[in-house]
Structures are given as C-alpha cells and as structure tokens.
Design a protein around this ligand. Structure first.
Ligand code: RP5
Length: 168
C-alpha cells in the first residue's frame, strides 16, 4: 500500500476559511501530499495553537501552512513555537478591508521569527501548496520530478491559449 505523505499541515483560523483553503489542499493532493488539516485559532484557541506548534516536528510535519483573516496572527504564533518553516496565507474575511489587514498581520514579522507570506486569498493558497512542495522537493527526487512536470504543463497551457488567440 502506498504510504500517505503527512509531512505538510494546513492550519486555518476558522471553518469560514475553508472555501479558499480548499485550493491549497487540492494542489497539495495533486502532488501526492495528503495534508494534516486543522482549524486552530491564534485568538480563540491559543492553547491548542501552542500545543500543535510545539508537537508538529515530532509528529513528522516538515512544513506548516497557516491561513487566517483579519488580525491574522496564526502563522506568526505558530512560528514563535517551532523552527519548522511556516508559510502564511492572508485571507480576506467578510468583515475585512480586502485582506490587507491579514496581509500586514502575516507578513510583518519581527526579525528572528520569519513567516513566508504568500499573496492574499486563492492565489496565495495555491502558491502556499507549491512552495511547500518546493521545500520538500529539495530532499525528494520524485517530488522534484513532479514539480518539473507541473512547470512544463503550466507552460504548455499558456502556449495553447496563445495559439487559440492567434487563430481568432
Ligand atoms: C480569523 O477571523 C479567521 O481566520 C477568519 O478568516 C476570520 C473570521 O472568522 P469567523 O468569524 O468566520 O470564524 O480568525
């Protein structure tokens, strides 16, 4: 039986973040990674965020993707409790000024505790998955080959669209 790869965790502040973060989970699955998915809030369940971050490495997790909206402290709070690489995804919550609040909360980490912040919303969610794959691919030839294939197919899709335009 193929071993399930549980080396990436996708953590989000609320179930209301799932419609956007599904794109991240789906992209990881395309690369054969079945992420650990958790809803943990830096503000509503700070004790669980702490416990999760401190146990992550010994639970076999290598990269953590943390997504939140509004005062998005989840990625930073987790980064404070582990030396694993943390990828932050700022989200535009309903009550939010288009996610700018979450972007600044995620990206403006003090020197010494970095978070690799992606773009706001779905683009960031997808790039978080690809960035996690890029990190893991450094030590995994199969994943590196899948990344190379992904780049080729992305390139091919643009060329096909260009050809379709040329034939209009
Ligand atoms: C953040 O507050 C969550 O990540 C979410 O984006 C936002 C709103 O949360 P809900 O009120 O929808 O649970 O912590």
């Amino acid at each position: 039986m193929a071993q399930i790869d549980k080396t990436v965790a996708v953590v989000m502040g609320s179930d209301s973040d799932m419609p956007v973060m599904k794109a991240c989970i789906d992209k990881l699955k395309e690369f054969g990674i079945e992420p650990v998915v958790r809803i943990i809030s830096a503000h509503r369940t700070p004790d669980i965020a702490d416990e999760f971050a401190q146990a992550a490495a010994k639970n076999g997790i290598k990269v953590i993707i943390a997504a939140a909206g509004m005062a998005a402290h989840l990625a930073g709070a987790i980064a404070a409790r582990t030396t694993l690489p943390i990828i932050g995804v700022p989200l535009a919550a309903d009550q939010s000024p288009a996610g700018i609040d979450a972007l600044l909360s995620t990206v403006q980490m003090p020197p010494g505790i970095p978070v690799a912040s992606m773009a706001i919303g779905k683009a960031g969610a997808i790039n978080a998955a690809i960035f996690a794959v890029q990190i893991l691919a450094l030590g995994d030839e199969k994943l590196a080959a899948r990344l190379a294939d992904f780049r080729k197919s992305q390139r091919q899709k643009v060329i096909e669209k260009d050809d379709n335009f040329a034939n209009l």
